[in-house]
Structure formats: C-alpha cells, structure tokens
Design a protein around this ligand. Structure first.
Ligand code: ZN
Length: 249
C-alpha cells in the first residue's frame, strides 16, 4: 500500500478519482469514463471470498489494456489497491460467496445479494480516498436494468455520500455514470469513450458471470450464458448490436 502522495506535482484532489474496479463490464466502463475525465485515476478492488476469483485475476490486465488505448489514459492510470474484506463471506451465505443456488429468496431479492456489500465497498473506498486526497469515487452501480439490489439505488448512493461527507468532514462526490442507462446504453457509452477497440477489450477481458465460467465464449464475451448476469450482459450486447445496425464489432 502506498502512502499519500503529498507531492506538489500531483493534480489537485478534484482532478483525482478512485474507481471501484471489480473487473466486470460495468466497472471497466467506469474506469474508461474516469480516465477520460480526471487527471489521475486509481483503482480499488475487494477480495470478499467471492466464489470465483476470475474477476480479481482479470483486474490488472484489464485495467492496463484499457489505459493502453491511448497515451493520455496510460499516464493517468495510477495505483491499484486490493483490500481483503473476507469477513463479508462470514456474515452469511449468499450465492456469490458460497455454493448456494441462484434463485429469488422470500424477500424477493436474488440469493446473489450480499447484504450491505456496496455500502462497505464505498465506505472503504472513501477512507482510502481520504488518505490519498481524492475527491471523486466512481462506481458502476445502476438501477435501470439490474438485479434489484437495494444498495445499487440512486437514493442509497446519495444518502451514503451525505453520511461519508459528514463522517469524514470532506466533500467526496460519488459518481455513478451508469445509474440511469441500461446495458445496451452502457455498451454505447463504451464505444463513445474508446471506439471499437474499447468495446473489444471490455467484451473479451471483463467478467460478469456469477458462475465464474471463463471458458465458454459468446459474441458478448465469456460466461456460462445461463446465470442472471450472463442474461443481462448477453441481452444488452444483442440490443447494442441491433441498434448500431447489426454490424458486429
Ligand atoms: Zn453466467
């Protein structure tokens, strides 16, 4: 872990962003979005004993590939921080941290819901941002076509922003560039940010599948093709291709 830079050559805190980067499609798009806007972009990831480590293993190669698309982005990409939040798995079994069936539970939430996960991720990220003088926290949460997780909702994020700022006496901004767009529009944003090259990198290197399948190749990337995350991703990519005239990327 690096200490705060405290270096006069570094950009001011409002030009610095910390991206919650899991290695999935949404956070990869957020990383490109941040590299396009801020002068210095660091990434943070979490090991919470997720069933499959494929996302974690893909994080750094994916970030380097995205930043490698142009020299400006390459210069802007800073440190990566990986935190061990293994206690999340101890808090209770979910289908993301244990061999539990993926289905709806009695509350109407999928068994992939990890209670308060995003709240803990964002709180940890804010504590790191405090130490490293970073103003913007960027997260790929979305309430447009999502799995119904209450901690992805806009109101949750806004309330947490207030709580973090009060609790740390700062003015963090929680940026959610994907909050109001669906998966098809997320691919469109990807194309706007980095053209077909970025679409290809995120399609081929990011990972969304709940089952950790990184061997089955589809036109939308790797995954089992059958879990809710693969369904969302596949459907979004199919609509993106149709809306751009059916021409494959
Ligand atoms: Zn899958």
């Amino acid at each position: 872990m690096n200490e705060g830079l405290g270096d006069g050559c570094q950009p001011p805190e409002e030009r610095r962003a910390l991206v919650l980067f899991s290695g999935g499609q949404d956070s990869a798009t957020c990383l490109a979005w941040a590299l396009d806007r801020f002068d210095r972009v660091e990434t943070i990831g979490f090991d919470y004993r997720q069933r499959h480590r494929i996302e974690l293993d893909q994080r750094r190669p994916l970030a380097n590939a995205i930043a490698g698309l142009n020299p400006t982005w390459r210069d802007r990409l800073g440190e990566d921080h990986l935190f061990d939040l293994g206690f999340i798995a101890e808090l209770g079994q979910t289908a993301l941290t244990a061999e539990t069936e993926i289905r709806m539970d009695r509350s109407g939430l999928p068994t992939t819901f990890v209670p308060a996960r995003n709240l803990m991720f964002l709180t940890t990220a804010a504590a790191l941002a405090y130490r490293r003088s970073i103003k913007h926290l960027v997260t790929g949460v979305c309430e447009t076509d999502y799995s119904g997780y209450p901690d992805c909702r806009d109101d949750t994020i806004k309330a947490l922003q207030v709580a973090l700022n009060l609790g740390m006496e700062r003015r963090f901004v929680l940026d959610t560039p994907l909050m109001w767009i669906d998966k098809s529009a997320t691919w469109k944003l990807t194309e706007q940010l980095g053209g077909e090259a970025l679409v290809k990198i995120i399609r081929d290197m990011s990972h969304s599948c709940y089952l950790g399948d990184h061997t089955s190749r589809h036109d939308w990337g790797y995954g089992c093709g059958d879990c809710p995350a693969c369904h969302l991703r596949g459907e979004g990519y199919r609509r993106f291709i149709i809306e751009r005239g059916g021409e494959p990327v």
